[in-house]
Design a protein around this ligand. Structure first.
Ligand code: ZN
Length: 136
C-alpha cells in the first residue's frame, strides 16, 4: 500500500459538519460529490498531503445512516491508496481478510474502491482506493 489516502467521517448534517471542519482545519471543503451506489454525499477537505472525507447518508437505510445509528457520528473508515487494486484485493483475500466487494467499484473522487470488513481488520473498516487513470 502506498499511503493513507483519506479518513472517512460519518456525519448527520453535511452542511453543519463542513462548517465545523472549515473552522477546525482553516480551509473550506474543495468538493462535494454524491456516490449513488453507497447512498452518500461526500465532502472533501485537504490537510497537507492528506484528505478528510465527510459522508452524509442520502437514504435512511444507507450504510452511513446505519453506522451512525450503531456508533454515532465519527470516524467511519481509513482509506489506503494502492497502485493495483486487483492485486491488493487478491493479496488480502489470500491473507484471510474478508472483502466486501468482489470487484472494485467506482467511489468518490475518481477512484476505484473496495472495502475490507472491519471484523477481519481489527475493528476498522478499511477502504482500498486506486486513482482512475486512462489505463485502469
Ligand atoms: Zn472513503
Amino acid at each position: 500500500m502506498i499511503r493513507i489516502e483519506h479518513i472517512g467521517i460519518a456525519v448527520k448534517d453535511l452542511a453543519a459538519a463542513e462548517e465545523l471542519y472549515h473552522k477546525l482545519l482553516g480551509v473550506p471543503s474543495y468538493k462535494r460529490e454524491g456516490v449513488e451506489s453507497e447512498d452518500v454525499i461526500t465532502s472533501f477537505f485537504r490537510v497537507g498531503p492528506n484528505k478528510i472525507e465527510l459522508l452524509e447518508s442520502t437514504h435512511p437505510d444507507g450504510p452511513i445512516a446505519r453506522a451512525i445509528e450503531k456508533r454515532g457520528e465519527g470516524i467511519h473508515h481509513i482509506a489506503y491508496e494502492v497502485a493495483d487494486i486487483h492485486a491488493e484485493m487478491a493479496r488480502l483475500k489470500a491473507e484471510g481478510f474478508t472483502l466486501l466487494n468482489e470487484e472494485p467499484k467506482r467511489g468518490a473522487d475518481n477512484k476505484l474502491v473496495c472495502f475490507v470488513h472491519p471484523k477481519s481488520a481489527g475493528g476498522v473498516l478499511v477502504e482500498l482506493c486506486q486513482e482512475i487513470t486512462d489505463r485502469s
